[in-house]
Ligand binder design. Structure first.
Ligand SMILES: [Zn+2]
Length: 215
């Protein structure tokens, strides 16, 4: 094993924040700390992990609402999402009002991510895949050795991300899944932003939005 993963569902949306730790160095990234930052920190401590960065799939509040708080508490750099999600980061205060979240601050990523970039966690490397559709700047983090992907709100077990938001695009989302995620392999397990994990192979077979042999 090279990576150890713990999923911490946070916020009233039960968003799957993940702690992703390099087993050799114990360094860890937090994927999508949407809130309940103290719970995430406590979980990392119980793993013996030292959190060294925050990585973000996209900037909806249930994924990004705890970023400013966690970054400040542990002096962490923020990597991601892709720059086209800037308008969602700017809108975090309005998003928090709309959904009744405690006051959420905006932030500035230390590094915007693009397709083909790499993110390091200790001795391990995640590949960055730009997957627009749910939001224009959505990215997926893929760890080849463990055949594992963190896909945010691109695809779920039996469903796909909503596209009724500003700058969402249903066809782009379907194309991202079929052309960028499914080719990674049927045996890739993914951690979605909500609900249980699945594999790309299972979704290819059974997901009514992107499955089957339809073109
Ligand atoms: Zn979302």
């Amino acid at each position: 094993m090279t990576l150890k993963i713990e999923i911490v569902p946070v916020t009233p949306f039960a968003q799957n924040s993940s702690i992703v730790m390099c087993e050799e160095t114990k360094e860890a990234a937090v994927v999508d700390p949407g809130g309940e930052v103290d719970r995430i920190i406590a979980q990392a401590e119980s793993m013996g992990a030292k959190i060294t960065k925050i990585i973000l799939t996209h900037a909806h509040i249930d994924h990004a609402g705890g970023v400013a708080d966690l970054a400040r508490k542990l002096s962490l750099p923020i990597e991601g999402p892709q720059e086209k999600d800037q308008f969602w980061i700017s809108a975090l205060p309005q998003q928090s009002q709309m959904f009744g979240f405690p006051n959420v601050e905006t932030f500035t990523p230390d590094r915007w991510l693009n397709d083909g970039d790499e993110v390091t966690i200790g001795n391990q490397t995640l590949n960055v895949i730009h997957t627009p559709g749910h939001t224009p700047g959505h990215v997926v983090f893929y760890h080849q050795n463990s055949k594992l992907a963190f896909v945010g709100d691109v695809i779920f077990q039996g469903s796909i991300g909503r596209t009724d938001f500003p700058q969402s695009n249903h066809q782009e989302l379907v194309d991202s899944i079929r052309n960028k995620l499914f080719p990674l392999g049927d045996d890739i397990t993914f951690v979605p932003g909500h609900g249980p994990t699945s594999t790309f192979g299972q979704e290819k077979e059974t997901n009514p939005f992107v499955g089957g042999r339809a073109g």
